[in-house]
Design a binder for this molecule. Sequence first.
Ligand SMILES: CC(C)(COP(=O)(O)OP(=O)(O)OC[C@H]1O[C@@H](n2cnc3c(N)ncnc32)[C@H](O)[C@@H]1OP(=O)(O)O)[C@@H](O)C(=O)NCCC(=O)NCCS
Length: 384
Amino acid sequence: MAKKEANGQETGVVRGLGDVVAASSRLGNVDGIAGKLWYCGFDAVELAQRGTYEETLYLLLYGELPTARQMDGLVGEMTRCRRMSPAMEQLLRCLPGAPTPMEALRTAVSALSATDPSPLDKSKEANVRRAVRIVSQLPTLMAAHWRLRQGEKPVEPRDDLGHAANLYYMFHARMPSGVEARVLDMCLILMAEHELNASTFAVRVVCSTLSDIYAALTAGIGALNGPLHGAANTEVMKMLLEVDQAGSTEDYVQGALAAKKRIMGFGHRVYKTWDPRATFLRQVLADLGGQLPGAHWHRLADEVQSTVFRHKQLYPNVDFYAAPALYGLGFPMEMFTAIFACARSAGWSAHVLEQYDDNRLIRPTTDYVGSINRMYVPIGERRA
Ligand SMILES: CC(C)(COP(=O)(O)OP(=O)(O)OC[C@H]1O[C@@H](n2cnc3c(N)ncnc32)[C@H](O)[C@@H]1OP(=O)(O)O)[C@@H](O)C(=O)NCCC(=O)NCCS
């Protein structure tokens, strides 16, 4: 929507860049009216139902689903890249203060550039290798940082586990059940890519200057960490815990809306209906019932969802059902956004490659509304 001046004239400014088309892309495609999401033309929900995160990563990086041989190649490369170097472990041990998982991850991705095996190679192949290396290592770094923070030793990845199962294993130091590994894999697939959302836009802006993929993903993690974007999942869990404490969903929701609070996990810039990722996760959680711990939180989430809809006709987004899913998998809520970042690193990396392929510096302009032609007065002559 264009911004209006005091006299009612339109300025041409589109606040928040809503509906502005800023890039061509073959990656994510959102139909906000139908409530559909595609990755390179494939229904993201079907990928979550039938595919793996590794296949999704391949699809996003290369534009095609892999053959069995190509999949073996990627899985082998991810296995080789997954281990953390002693230098990175040292970095995580030395971080000052008590950084949150997202602060640690942001710093770690930035630091990974210093250990790039071929920093001068700017070819597409080198950038694909970098993307696989970053995506593979993020869960290792995230889990190691969390464990170090708890005074525990990092757990090394296992070569016989896939990406999602490894994330679970390195964090919890125990094997996931088949259901747990599958649900986590589905969450990672659903969070892997989402068109030109705020963090992906940040990523594309950074690499449009021909800065490197590490800088771009560092910016992506920074942008994801706001509660209006990726950190909404943590806020959702806080809310569910509060609702549980308050005892009445109806009173809680009514009170929050009356106080004009944003209900986290609801609303979306593009979806004007159910976010298909939320619909799917909700169904998965309902179908699993007692097979996944945390059924209480899934039921409570459903109660909040119907109450919010009854009062304000807001639809839930992916974060609303990702929160109880991740909590049920035993992850503390402080981890949720970092897990989202691990998943989204696939989409971000694919956008970096796409931007490099057809780059033009992203440099919009402002509608200047400040003072003009002001006179410089020496400091000693200025009046308070
Ligand atoms: C995602 C979000 C930032 C999109 O916002 P947007 O497209 O800029 O829409 P706006 O912020 O302009 O909101 C439009 C209207 O809907 C309301 N609204 C939107 N989301 C809301 C929410 N979660 N709770 C309460 N009201 C909400 C706004 O208050 C506004 O109402 P108004 O016109 O009466 O002032 C917004 O829906 C939100 O803050 N959601 C909660 C955070 C969240 O879940 N983020 C994850 C997104 S995947």
